[in-house]
Design a protein around this ligand. Sequence first.
Ligand SMILES: C[S@@+](CC[C@H](N)C(=O)[O-])C[C@H]1O[C@@H](n2cnc3c(N)ncnc32)[C@H](O)[C@@H]1O
Length: 242
Amino acid sequence: FQPKSLLDIGAGPGTMLWATVDVWPELEQAVLVEASASVRKIGQSLAVGAIAARADWVAGDATIDLDGLGPADLVSAAYVLDEIAPASLPKLVGGLWRLTADTLLVVEPGTPAGWQRILAVRSQLIEAGAHVSAPCPHEAPCPLVPPDWCHFSRRVARSRLHRLAKDADVPWEDEKFIYLAASRQPAPVRAARVIAPPKTGSGKAALKLCQPDGSAGERLLSKRDGEVFKSARRADWGDTLA
Ligand SMILES: C[S@@+](CC[C@H](N)C(=O)[O-])C[C@H]1O[C@@H](n2cnc3c(N)ncnc32)[C@H](O)[C@@H]1O
């Protein structure tokens, strides 16, 4: 997957644009839809001269203004669905999928409510013929049952300004998130996903895995498992286990 074009809705200050060029520097073109004029202005000023891809910032409400937009290899919506009225989500998700030439990525806060929104998006997209690329290694119903929920975590460094803005002392925070990547193409390989922080000890690793057969549960691996054990010891929360 080598996207040349990005369509990001609820772009904020361009977070997804920066993340995309970080992974795919060859990105050629980005269209960023953002309702807030002040946030758009910040995003534009941060990106100008710093991002090689051509970036067009579009004013408008993504729930009603998608019609004039063209398809993109990567279509994304990060931390946006929770700002949109639940009744408007199916139409928005349908519109985003129609504009997806290859992959649609939706990211939400890693809360039980964020997970429920992702599950609804997942069902709608599977119904529309999409293939789930990640995090689930299958298209079966999610095997997790509340109060459990699927989410991941990334430690983010806090700058001095960030600490001041949040009145926080610690120089980092653990950002919990949940996401869904849905593709026009079936995934070439499906590998189990680590869905909780691994517990490793001497000669042992316990991993909570979501499996390609649609099940989820803890798997205890030891040196006797050979190469799989070596991979398991290196695997982190969110990784796949080959
Ligand atoms: C929490 S921010 C996320 C920004 C960015 N995607 C990120 O992950 O950092 C949500 C953004 O979505 C924008 N937004 C909310 N509803 C929108 C809508 N219906 N159409 C376009 N933008 C919207 C807000 O103005 C805000 O900038």
